[in-house]
Design a protein around this ligand. Structure first.
Ligand code: PEP
Ligand code: MN
Length: 342
């Protein structure tokens, strides 16, 4: 249920409603707008209904939230879009975030060369996996702790915030020390205990869409993070499994405007993993930016021929500045400017 307060409601009125909601075992989430405050009551709908909040002082109306996802829904934020601030860079709103870097942290030289190239080209953040979800248990699994140490070094030199993947709740502490954004990979989108754990950390989360997840399932996964009190969630479209076999995954561009209609959370697109081919990364990036995406997370490597994983799709670091120029223009078509440090 959504309790819409009157513009004249006082702080005491709001707190009194919150106490009534919590008193019946539900949770109250506040969304303060310029004019009115909306209180999302998440819990047993019947219990909340029985409170009769329509008649409570300061309450304008009580509206059921019809979607199964609540806190991530546009209805809950009454049209306001979430803007997440990461080390002075803004994600969402009129900002276009460019997250770039190698698929995997492989060595000091590889990471630092990539980090300098993307930083010089104007990237907003640096990506790089220290823990990698590989289809084969016999493949390289990432440098782990050593990878995190190198990411910290790249951040110290370039000033770029770090986006890196978390796969195991036991690594939350170590990764949180380095990461500014925690990436939840497609294969873990429905790892609910992991999502709830991140909800309790408050750290910004980049939540990738599962290989065969519907948009509703993606939003329900986001709900697990939001429900624990962490509002900093970015949704990421990275391609889904379809009957098409000409490329690895089908990048669902339709998901961009659709998610922006259904939710107030920023929408990021990964143009690298769907095609699995470098030459298709630019056209998909342009499409994503023009469709209104709030940003892109793209793979860049100084020497992709020698990459340990995802080599064929990684952009050449020395060509990245040219790529950024093109993407920036497409983002401008959708009214967005590249997000840089404030
Ligand atoms: C990645 O970003 O390197 C990655 C493994 O992505 P996904 O989880 O989307 O496959
Ligand atoms: Mn990859």
């Amino acid at each position: 249920m959504m309790i819409v307060m009157k513009p004249t409601a006082t702080e005491e009125d709001i707190q009194a409603v919150v106490e009534r909601i919590e008193g019946c075992g539900a949770r109250a989430h506040l969304s303060r707008g310029e004019e009115v405050t909306v209180i999302g009551a998440v819990g047993d709908r019947e219990h909340v209904q029985r409170l009769g909040l329509e008649g409570h002082v300061g309450v304008s109306q009580v509206v059921p939230i019809l979607k199964p996802y609540k806190l991530s829904s546009s209805q809950f934020s009454h049209g306001r879009r979430t803007v997440i601030e990461i080390d002075g860079r803004r994600v969402g709103g009129d900002n276009f975030s460019l997250i770039a870097g190698p698929c995997t942290v492989e060595s000091r030289d590889q990471l630092m060369t990539a980090a300098r190239a993307v930083s010089d080209a104007g990237a907003s953040m640096l990506r790089g996996g220290a823990y990698k979800p590989r289809s084969s248990p016999y493949s390289f699994q990432g440098l782990g702790q050593e990878g995190l140490r190198l990411l910290a070094e790249a951040k110290a030199e370039t000033g770029l915030p770090i986006v890196t993947e978390l796969m195991d709740a036991r690594d939350v502490e170590a990764i949180s020390e380095v990461a500014d954004v925690i990436q939840i990979g497609a294969r873990n989108m429905q790892n609910y205990p992991l999502l709830a754990e991140l909800g309790r950390t408050g750290l910004p989360v980049l939540l990738k869409r599962g290989l065969s997840a519907t948009l509703e399932e993606l939003l329900m996964a986001a709900e697990y993070v939001l429900k624990e009190g962490n509002p900093n969630v970015m949704l990421c479209e990275r391609g889904i499994r379809t009957f098409e076999t000409a490329y690895r995954f089908t990048l669902d561009i339709t998901a961009v405007p659709m998610l922006k209609e259904l939710s107030h959370l920023p929408v990021i697109v990964d143009p690298s993993h769907a095609p699995g081919r470098r030459d298709l990364v630019l056209p998909l990036s342009l499409a994503a930016a023009a469709a209104g995406a709030d940003g892109i997370i793209v793979e860049v490597h100084p020497n992709p021929e020698e990459a340990i994983c995802d080599g064929p799709q990684q952009l050449y670091a020395d060509q990245f500045a040219d790529y950024v120029e093109h993407v920036e223009r497409a983002a401008a078509v959708a009214g967005k400017v590249l997000s840089a440090a404030a």
